[in-house]
Design a protein around this ligand. Structure first.
Ligand code: HEC
Length: 409
């Protein structure tokens, strides 16, 4: 019989697979169109209403692309829309967020040292923050304040840093950085779903009906897609950050996340300038490297987070793992098999911090980590890694039995 934890693990893998694929498709298309747009050339024989054109060679053929700023005289029957890459990325991303951080909330999302939330509260904060983020952002863009693009961008950066700080006050560092990525990515998908595509549809409908579309729609879409352009790279950094405890589990993680947004700007600026034909702006790489070094330094200062959650204050969904009659044995088994590496100060040559930020030293930590412990060393042989520490089948079985007994699976 396949139990829930196994289904869950495979569902997570499947959804992650989809998410990476759709994100590649979205970002790939978006990079392609940005470069195409910036590289358009004028020529004498452009058709009426065309703004510029470009020749490309790829995959054994030549492509001749012409851009119409508003629309061609006659709208073609067959129009290709680029929107599902973005929607599918958001949908699969949200599903992955739910599978990892909502299903595994006790371990990955909630940090009782920061805020002792019940699972439903943590999930509510997570969802509300993503929705409210969009509402604030969209309101700002539409307001008078948003008419000045530079002013708007600076304010958005400040907003992102505030959110970054806010998330780290509520969630685990790992969840905080990931949420900042999801917050930003929700804005990006929202731009496509709520603004760019609907406006484009109005324009197409106007043209089909023989009306002249208002030029403001193009202007609005341009503003939003410029934001998306600069937000893409930081989002990818934040989505990958959960592999690097130095990024997410250090004291200044919120500041690190803030600086990442500036690196997004400096790197994009290099390529945008290049594609516009303004040459190689090498200083942007100097700025990027300086920012990266600042991030590295920041990750090493400050004090590591304390972890002394009390067993008595665990929420019921976690406490049940500690109340199991065999828990003492399980706890000492984990200490014996795992804690030399998974500790604040690992006692293993070459390890300088807890791998993936996962600490298994206190009883509360072990109870919170029941599911990952089960998946890594009960249901599979992933941990301890290789042949570093021997763990016999009996010990693995005890862990598996413990998890299954408590969850009734
Ligand atoms: C010799 C050191 C070492 C020991 C012993 C060890 N681990 Fe790990 N553990 C690691 C390393 C290194 C990683 C990070 C692997 C990676 O980067 O993919 C890790 C990662 C993990 C993860 C996170 C997996 C993920 O991809 O999110 C969990 C959970 C985990 N270990 C649990 C355990 C448990 C439970 C035990 C004891 C039964 C254990 N580990 C013993 C070194 C160790």
């Amino acid at each position: 019989m396949l139990e829930l934890a196994v289904w869950g693990a495979w569902a997570e893998f499947a959804v992650r697979w989809v998410h990476v694929i759709t994100a590649i498709a979205w970002i790939g298309a978006s990079f392609y169109f940005i470069a195409l747009d910036l590289g358009l050339r004028k020529s004498a024989d452009l058709p009426k209403g065309a703004y510029g054109e470009e020749w490309q060679v790829h995959g054994g053929g030549f492509y001749h692309i012409q851009k119409y700023l508003v629309a061609p005289n006659r709208l073609p029957e067959h129009l290709i829309w680029h929107k599902w890459q973005s929607y599918a990325t958001w949908l699969s991303g949200f599903a992955l967020l739910a599978l990892v951080y909502y299903v595994g909330a006790e371990f990955y999302l909630i940090d009782a040292e920061k805020m002792d939330l019940a699972v439903w509260q943590a999930i509510a904060i997570s969802i509300a923050s993503l929705a409210i983020g969009w509402v604030i952002y969209d309101g700002l863009c539409k307001s008078r304040f948003g008419e000045d693009n530079t002013r708007l961008m600076v304010f958005l950066f400040v907003l992102l840093v505030i959110m970054s700080w806010g998330y780290t006050q509520v969630f685990t560092g790992r969840a905080a950085l990931l949420h900042l990525g999801a917050f930003t990515a929700t804005i990006m998908s929202g731009n496509v779903f709520m603004v760019i595509i609907p406006n484009q549809k109005i324009v197409v409908a106007d043209l089909r009906a023989g009306r002249t579309p208002d030029a403001k729609y193009g202007r609005i879409a341009k503003q939003r897609s410029t934001h998306n352009n600069y937000l893409t790279l930081p989002v990818i950094f934040l989505m990958l950050s959960n592999h690097y405890p130095l990024a997410f589990a250090s004291e200044y993680n919120w500041l690190i996340a803030g600086l990442v947004f500036l690196m997004g700007v400096t790197i994009r600026h290099f390529f945008n300038s290049l594609h516009m034909g303004h040459g190689y702006k090498w200083w942007t790489w100097g700025a990027t490297i300086a920012l990266f070094i600042a991030i590295i330094l920041l990750s090493t200062v400050g004090k590591p987070a304390r972890d002394d959650e009390d067993l008595a204050s665990l929420p019921p969904s976690v406490a049940r793992f500690a109340q199991d009659p065999q828990f003492e044995d399980i706890y000492w088994s984990v200490v014996g098999h795992c804690s030399m590496c998974h500790a604040e100060q690992p006692n293993w040559p070459g390890l300088h911090w807890a791998p993936k930020g996962i600490k298994l030293e206190t009883e509360a930590q072990v109870a919170r980590a029941a599911l990952p412990i089960y998946l890594q060393s009960g249901a599979s042989h992933a941990m301890p890694p290789g042949s570093t520490v021997l763990m016999d089948d009996q010990s693995r079985k005890e862990i598996a039995d413990w998890y299954r007994r408590v969850t009734g699976s």
